[in-house]
Design a binder for this molecule. Sequence first.
Ligand code: FAD
Length: 482
Amino acid sequence: FGSLAAKVHRNPSFSTLNSDDISYFKEILGEKGVIEDEDWLATANTDWMHKYKGSSKLLLQPRSTEEVSQILKYCNSRCLAVVPQGGNTGLVGGSVPVFDEVIVNMSLMNNIISFDKVSGILVCEGGCILENLIAFLDNQGFIMPLDLGAKGSCQIGGNISTNAGGLRLVRYGSLHGNVLGLEVVLADGNVIDMLGTLRKDNTGYDLKHLFIGSEGSLGIVTKVSILTPPKLFSVNVAFLACCDYFSCQKLLMEAKRKLGEILSAFEFLDSKSLDLQVLNHLDGVRNPLPPTMHKFYILIETTGSDETYDRQKLEGFLLHAMEAGLISDGALAQDINQASSFWRIREGIPEALMKAGAVYKYDLSLPVEKMYDLVEEMRTRLSDSANVVGYGHLGDGNLHLNISTAQYDDGILTQIEPFVYEWTSKHRGSISAEHGLGLMKANEIFYSKPTATVSLMASVKKMLDPKGILNPYKVLPHSLSS
Ligand code: FAD
């Protein structure tokens, strides 16, 4: 982080916290909502990867939209910078302060407001943990349209602010489609009620989309209305091996064609991603396939409403793929425990990488046929100095290129960047498929967006947050954001 901090300077127009500020916050939130405890702050100042570290002296925990509004109104008038924080599972240094920004932690705004069983529309507060929403909906016979490895900690407000993709996007689409409404608080404390629960509403600009994926830089998401699909009971999971990347691509094309409407996930990992988990003794992870040299693994999930039909469909597809030489081995989960253990292999990769030491994470959208070339080129480039792994949401053309080393090293970083961004740009990809830009990639935005688009983004930011107090140094290039 040292080298990143060196590139960013604290915006001198921001005020420094004083005792009057603390007294005011205690007045509106009570003693309990104003956290100055050092241990608590140390955790909140540090991101999930332990890569980004701020030095905030204050964390606030509002319980209502009104309290969020009062906090922001005050911070705006005093020019105090603010970082909205959800579950702090973000992977681009967006959820922690860079300097001494006030942390607005949303975890106490965790109420479910309503659920309509006919339409499947859930309305809840922004601080609800994704896994709790999944459990709530499960009891109602519904599911969340998104699922990700960080579900036990991440919050729906954080998911929306990062436009999280995750494991089911291939089936249910992005949050731009599933989120029906939002309530947000702007930097000046104004509450904007866009909390519609209608599937169709073409009355003017659909402003909620500005806040989906804006990483807390335009407003704080306090309430959410989201469309949830019914839970279907026939779920099958297969863990397959492919001997080359071309077979993975062909398998994807075939899966879309042959499994059609029941395909609900298509994830891939290379053998190095699996080795890393086994090597690091990740709880519950073992390769279900005999230890032959397979180069790639694919996890396919189907979800439907007819057990016999779905199973036959999947088995027929697997037989066809085996005969065509697209898969070299495979296992079909026989029960829910085995299905979970297959998922654990895919979801355990970020944790295994953390156990292995330092990790440079790149979350890229690329044309599927080109995707793995980047992993191989990076391996050649770094030779023995790092462990390069590739995995991700193949069904969405989303590669997670992760480079693991014993510790962070500026020498390695200069070998990776800007090469990785230039390569992505050359292939007309995106340097952030789903994690956002945060602090890590704010200055790299031009690799994916034309100058005129970035200028328009900066104008929108200026209009909604003229003093730039909301999540400064993130998303927009530093030259345009202060
Ligand atoms: P935080 O990390 O707290 O914040 C993320 C950003 O959103 C910050 O900029 C923050 O300021 C802002 N923010 C948070 N809450 C609010 C709010 N209420 N209002 C306004 N701004 C807010 N991401 C994917 O997209 N797909 C994956 O498959 C995926 N898998 C992951 C697996 C693991 C193991 C881990 C650790 C992370 C993974 N992520 C994934 C990244 C991360 O979980 C997501 O970005 C998630 O949506 C972040 O939610 P959060 O509540 O933790 O937000």
